[in-house]
Write a protein that binds this ligand. Sequence first.
Ligand SMILES: [Zn+2]
Length: 708
Amino acid sequence: MDNNGNNNNNNETKTDFAAITGASVKQPRAKYQDNVQVALGELKDQVQKRNTRAYGRKPDRQEGPAVRNDNPVRSDRRDQRDQRDQRDTRGPDNRGRSQGPRDQRDQRRSKVAFGRDVFVPHQIAQGSSPNASTSNWLSTRVPVLHPDKNLAYTGTLRIISIGGVGNVNKNMYIYEYGEDIVILDCGIGFADEDMPGVDFLIPDITYLQDKKHKVRGILHTHGHEDHIGALPYIWPELKCPIYASKLTCGFIKTKLVEHELPIDQIVEIDPDVALTLGSFHFQFFKLSHSIPDTIGFVIDTPVGRVIHSADFKFDWTPVIGAPTDVQRIAQFGADGVLLLLSDSLGAEKPGYTLSEQVILSQFDAVAQKTLGKMMITTTSSNISRIQMALDIAAKYGKKVAVSGRSMDQNIGVARNMGYLKFSDENFVPLEEIGRYQDNELLLIVAGSQGQYEAALSRVANDEHRHIKLRPGDSVVFSTDAIPGNENQTNRLIDHLISRGAEVYYSNIFNNIHVSGHAAQEELKLMLALVKAKYLLPIGGTERSTKKYGDLAQSMGYRKEQVLITHNGDIVEFSAQKDQIVTPRTVGKIETKDVMVDGLGIGDLSEAVMHDRQVMAEEGMLVVIVRVNHETGAAQSGVQIVSRGFVYMKESSEFINDIARLVDDILDEEKNSSQDWNVLKRKIEDRVSKYIYKEIKRNPLILPVMYEV
Ligand SMILES: [Zn+2]
């Protein structure tokens, strides 16, 4: 068979890429499944060939670059020959043929034709892996997914985490290829204790300012706040379609309506139906997490296949929904994966995360012990946990009331969509709980993170309008503190205990909360199923990200196959002449914390925040200077006001000294014709130094000048 013949063959049997993967979300499922069958058949053939070639040799034989690189020219020629061979493999008449000379030659060859080499398995065998036998399993290659070779492996894929790497929340990932951008997740971050008055943080989308026209959509993995919460603030800037699975769509709709934004751009994802957005072709798989309808993404790009799996665990008996679809993940993995982005939050925890089911018996145990009201607090979007609370209420014939706006809202959405099973008549409005005995009530109360304004804090402070804490009441914390938020949660627990409640929380009561995130052995399972060439850990802390990398290396990944990144890092995969270039971090974009404070978005500059921090820690001192409006000269007799700094009455002498100092400054400066701002800075500077010298404190100094 000559080259031309092969080419023709190739054309005849060329697979329609759009058909394999389903060209649009509207494609009928039956047709899509047919196409998938065809595609799978072809891929199976290819994989078989590949396996024969990749594994059908003596294991100790070195192959790959060591042979290939000895002579670059020869190596190039081999590459060309390999590409011709690849075309050979596509013809149906090549299938099932007996081992001819060509096959034997293929087997001798260092480079396998199929997959035009995105990666060379033998490099791994030669690498720094501690154990060659553990690295063999990774000997997979990334196939050419686009049959049209003109489209295959060209251009540059850029991936940027605007949030979600190193700081757990505020998840938002940009995928950019040519004129197309897709965004994965759009979550909020939680303010630290050193951000007084800040409600939450949202990702900084400055990078997208001049690229809005490229954005084809925002896709969501699941309905947690740190994955969808920033939409009402960011969507108005982008005005692109929003894609999410059913329940996530429900939560998103509620959010947008609340912010008086249109909802006509929301598109529901059916995990069984593919979706093409520009250069990105999406398929989906189900994941278990602590919220139903969590999905992972398989993204075929012109540079290779990427699997994006945000929060997940392998829960074989989830309370609601399906277990993680390992079969589908393995199928996607078998086709060859360039890069896996994967949730790393649980990477420090050994073993497996327990199933949500274990919590039910713990809730039951608490219900049996509780003489008064039973209160359960959890994250407001933890629908599975809420279902278990409802199950316990049903078992013991308790009425259920809900306190907390977002909790109420989420439960409403989930009930309307059929996710929560509980009879309507057993829900009672909060204002009517007084009609029932305490032991007839189960209350679902928001504020598990100790948020100051939330319902549970108000209960603890005896400021809640309807819920009064009494001896015999129990409070179940079915949640863990968000990293960095532990103090706040602990204070709330202490407070509730001091008020006589029986409090059940993770440290003292096993399995009252299980993580929604995969632990070490599950992360290894994901790596083994996907077999990606590169791993990019996301959704964790600096520590967990690093640990995930260590786990991967223990399984045979080399250091350079684990991409440890930080928010703002621009990671690029480039393809030229069918060769994937090693990913590189080509730069970093600035990603500020955009703070949302009341109705203001991003109007809190660092200066404002600095002032708030200083005021919170050291108090403030206002120096009021009157200026004669005719002469422009400052008048003597300045006024000093202080807040949170010193008690004025007891420090009157010290305050007088400061006033005299300011008078002296004004006197010294009276002949210099400088503007007020300069004078203010001088006052600020010298007063600040004086106070520090006298009492070693650094309050915020605020000079105010006004004309009289
Ligand atoms: Zn989550």
